[in-house]
Design a protein around this ligand. Structure first.
Ligand code: HEC
Ligand code: HEC
Length: 177
């Protein structure tokens, strides 16, 4: 299994002709555009202004990671959690994530790492459940969670979860001070 952390390593320089580089660059831009446009047509919630650069990753994330359970918003867990989960699709809470091809993996990773934060202190454990996540707590200053919160309970207070909208709240919370 490859490590995502290695992906950004710069390859040692080899004298490849400028034309080859240009072709590769144009091809990747074209590919990026194609995917983005196709997926934009399937289209996301209007609530979340995610720039076109991350739109494909976001849609792939929602498709790939929202089929068995709710696709959680990236900011409720630290970047390290997403990285570990993407690195080990075959060892996922006792099951395995099918159809996670390399390109989807890269686009999803690009989206998740951009919209999450790393764990601030070294040696802190990586949370694998929202209930253990510090960022989840920080995003909920008004809420005292009595029962352990899971992906199944978001809908209790967030009626828009199906359209990946975590901003709209039930009236009970909207009206509360
Ligand atoms: C084949 C089904 C399946 C797919 C596809 C899937 N998961 Fe999961 N996921 C699970 C199961 C099963 C659990 C454990 C749920 C539980 O304990 O209630 C889980 C739990 C999780 C949790 C913890 C949720 C919590 O309540 O704290 C996270 C985070 C998560 N998955 C992320 C992902 C990501 C990211 C992807 C896509 C790369 C993904 N999942 C795709 C089956 C899946
Ligand atoms: C008991 C009600 C409740 C539950 C359950 C709940 N939330 Fe929230 N959530 C809130 C409230 C209320 C806010 C607004 C912040 C505050 O007042 O604490 C919020 C805010 C958020 C935000 C920030 C939204 C923004 O403005 O950008 C995110 C993201 C979020 N919740 C995700 C989740 C996820 C994911 C789950 C399930 C794992 C979940 N919440 C479960 C009540 C809840």
């Amino acid at each position: 299994m490859f490590k995502l952390s290695k992906l950004s390593l710069i390859q040692p320089f080899k004298p490849v002709s400028l034309l080859v580089w240009l072709a590769i660059a144009l091809w990747s831009i074209g590919l990026g555009w194609g995917i983005t446009h196709t997926l934009e047509a399937i289209a996301a919630s209007p609530d979340d202004a995610v720039s076109a650069r991350f739109e494909a990753g976001k849609e792939l994330y929602r498709e790939t990671c929202g089929s068995c359970h709710l696709a959680l918003p990236p900011d409720v867990l630290p970047t390290e959690t997403w990285q570990k989960l993407l690195e080990k699709p075959n060892d996922h809470y006792g099951t395995s994530i099918p159809n996670l091809i390399r390109l989807s993996q890269l686009l999803i990773w690009d989206y998740l790492r951009t919209f999450s934060r790393p764990i601030p202190t070294k040696n802190d454990p990586i949370p694998f459940y929202v209930a253990q996540s510090r960022y989840f707590k920080i995003l909920h200053p008004r809420v005292e969670f009595t029962d352990p919160v899971t992906h199944k309970s978001c809908i209790v207070c967030h009626p828009g979860v199906k359209s990946f909208n975590f901003r709209t709240l039930t009236p009970q919370w909207d009206d509360a001070p």
